[in-house]
Design a protein around this ligand. Structure first.
Ligand SMILES: [Mg+2]
Length: 171
């Protein structure tokens, strides 16, 4: 169980993701979580640096898509603006949304990474179907009430994982 909650990579921000490392691992596509991963929760304003960075990801040759548990029209608007395929109401950690995104990109789970800010949805769901999982720090601490509750559990699990030496040393 604990292994399923362990991300393969942990990064401080999107900008620390090492494209070369992913290429070496034969990753061809990247699925991004939306809220607090590429855009602050409940916001419609993308940080211009992240928009530019997402362009770079694609120029680098990765296929990109968005998989969000959020169900609002907002997901569609943001994906449309970024010109990216998306799955909303994905029910992560269920595999449904991820499978749909993989089909859209024409890739298998083994050649795809998921980048997200939550252990219990993005990392757990990704690990369950064999995606390369990348855990990134949330963009803001403003969150959906359900997410805030999950953060308590997340902190507890992170402590346990660190204790077992599964997440590396505490910084
Ligand atoms: Mg998120």
């Amino acid at each position: 169980m604990y292994r399923l909650l362990c991300p393969e990579f942990i990064v401080e921000s999107l900008f620390s993701i090492d494209f070369e490392q992913l290429k070496k691992r034969e990753i061809k596509g990247i699925i991004f979580d939306l809220d607090n991963t590429i855009i602050p929760w409940d916001s419609l304003e993308m940080c211009p640096d992240i928009c530019t960075w997402l362009e770079r990801v694609r120029e680098y040759g990765f296929k990109v898509s968005i998989v969000s548990n959020n169900w609002h029209e907002r997901v569609k608007k943001i994906a449309f603006r970024l010109n990216l395929p998306y799955v909303a109401r994905a029910y992560k950690p269920a595999s449904y949304g991820f499978r749909k995104a993989l089909a859209q990109m024409g890739l298998s789970a083994e050649e795809t990474a998921i980048v997200g800010d939550q252990l219990f949805t993005d990392v757990l769901g990704g690990n369950r179907i064999g995606l390369c999982t990348i855990w990134v720090k949330p963009l803001t601490d403003k969150e959906f009430i359900g997410t805030r509750l999950q953060r308590y559990m997340e902190r507890w699990v992170v402590k346990r994982l660190r204790g077992k030496g599964l997440l590396g040393k505490e910084d």
